[in-house]
Design a protein around this ligand. Structure first.
Ligand code: NI
Length: 191
């Protein structure tokens, strides 16, 4: 089932999300619905707060990046994963810029600086625990989704001037005054 994606301005996107246990109700279905929702919106990552649930769960499928013409990113072809109760243990290296977007903030893309290497502890959909290093674009997508379960949006990484320039656009998004071709829920929409 395709779920509506929560737009910028909703409080659920600002909350630090809660850990879950294997008895979380209908988790398998929720994960399946999140993948369906993400593919429908042509995203490469989706975090549970973006569908209105403040829990530490996000999903990633980076395979669209594997078709890149300029760089060999074929290793991303099978980078499809479920991350539960993730914690970033380490972040290292010289920050690099990557043009990020977010399904909750349609129509805005900006360069965001983040460190290239992370060490992540997480559980998969069967609650097996891993401690795994990630780098490059894989790390980047994880960092963006991880921010969501910490209540942080990518625009918060921009400098104050850039943010000020985006203020009206962001306000319009929260009111639903934006063109978007997937289902969304807008916190400040007038009816
Ligand atoms: Ni996002």
């Amino acid at each position: 089932m395709i779920l509506p994606i929560v737009a910028y301005g909703d409080d659920v996107l600002k909350k630090k999300a809660e850990e879950i246990t294997p008895d979380y109700p209908e988790l398998k279905q929720l994960i399946a619905d999140m993948f369906e929702t993400m593919y429908h919106a042509k995203g490469v990552g989706l975090a549970a707060p973006q569908i209105g649930k403040s829990i530490r769960l996000f999903i990633i499928d980076a395979s669209p990046f594997a078709d890149d013409d300029e760089e060999d990113l074929s290793h991303l072809e099978d980078f499809k994963k479920v991350f539960i109760n993730a914690e970033i243990i380490e972040e290292e290296g010289k920050e690099w810029a990557f043009n990020e977007g977010c399904l909750s903030i349609p129509g805005i893309r900006e360069d965001v600086y983040r460190k290239p290497n992370i060490l992540l502890r997480y559980q998969d959909e069967n609650f097996n625990t891993y401690e795994e290093p990630f780098e490059g674009i894989a790390a980047r997508i994880i960092q963006h989704e991880y921010d969501h379960i910490e209540g942080i949006l990518f625009v918060e990484h921009l400098n104050p001037l850039k943010r000020r320039l985006l203020k009206n656009k962001l306000s319009n998004i929260s009111k639903g005054e934006v063109k978007v071709d997937y289902k969304m829920r807008f916190p400040n929409k007038k009816r």
